[in-house]
Design a protein around this ligand. Structure first.
Ligand code: ATP
Length: 265
């Protein structure tokens, strides 16, 4: 896999639904993301994590400011070129047609490299399904899969695109513990090869173990971005989510506990 390109946001403003009169989700975000970094996006429901991921994928237009990938604004990239640079794995899937898992993944491989033969796409699809422990699902109709199985197929499709920037919207929302751990390992290897990962997550402990950097949206347009240890603090998380968060530092690890029985900070 080739190395990811640097990604940057300059005074980025995003509104709900990308509409001119939509609520401001992100007021003026400056962000620098370097190849090999793993970012987690956090913030309350409706804060704008999915909207920001879609904007970074080039699928939602900023109200103001700009996003730059490599040396040109995102808006200047053609869809075909962009498909070679970034893969976007959404939070939900619509599967209206009877398509198999391997066809779904092979389709993603074909999007980024239209010259590939179907045999090559199928071999790559098989490899990516194996990486996500989903090879045994290859011939199944995606409409018949369980939530976790369908999510692993979607993640395999994102990997098959072989685009070095992975934009993942709640990638572990349907995964059991073992598959969460396996995905973390995969994403760490991805970034070790100079791929970049940006993932929206709600699980603070998973966020901590996954991330090198974090971006915390407050739901009112504000955002704090930086290295993980400085952003993921009890105070900042408590304020953003409106719950009491306590932190246990244990060697190099940090554990978060949410006190659901106490009033918000
Ligand atoms: N197409 C749309 N039209 C209008 N409003 C939208 C549209 N898409 C999203 N929104 C609104 O924008 C806000 C941000 O949504 P978004 O999905 O980005 O939040 P999120 O932080 O990912 O939330 P969650 O944690 O619940 O997944 C929400 O209030 C949502 O209702």
């Amino acid at each position: 896999m080739k190395a990811a390109l640097p990604l940057q946001c300059d005074a980025l403003q995003l509104r709900a639904g990308g509409a001119d009169d939509g609520r401001v989700l992100v007021a003026a975000l400056d962000l620098r993301v370097q190849p090999g970094e793993r970012w987690v996006l956090l913030g309350p429901n409706g804060a704008g994590k999915s909207t920001l991921l879609a904007a970074l994928a080039g699928l939602v237009q900023p109200a103001q400011g700009r996003i730059v990938l490599g040396d040109q604004p995102l808006a200047a990239w053609s869809p075909r070129e962009l498909a070679r640079e970034r893969a976007w794995c959404p939070q939900f899937w619509l599967d209206p047609f009877p398509v198999t898992a391997w066809e779904t993944v092979a389709g993603a491989a074909l999007v980024s490299q239209p010259g590939r033969s179907m045999a090559e796409c199928r071999a790559l699809a098989q490899q990516c399904l194996e990486q996500l422990d989903a090879a045994h699902l290859a011939d199944k109709d995606v409409r018949t899969l369980s939530g976790g199985e369908r999510q692993r197929v979607a993640l395999a499709a994102a990997c098959a695109q072989a685009a070095p920037l992975l934009l993942l919207d709640e990638p572990t929302s349907h995964l059991d513990w073992a598959h969460q751990a396996a995905l973390q390992g995969l994403l760490q290897r991805w970034s070790a090869e100079q791929g970049t990962v940006i993932a929206a997550v709600h699980d603070l402990n998973l966020a901590w173990t996954l991330a090198t950097h974090a971006l915390l949206l407050d739901g009112s347009g504000g955002a704090v971005a930086g290295v993980r240890d400085e952003v993921l603090t009890a105070q900042a998380l408590g304020q953003a989510y409106g719950v009491r968060v306590s932190v246990l530092d244990e060697g190099a690890a940090r554990w978060f506990r949410i006190d659901f029985g106490r009033e918000a900070v």
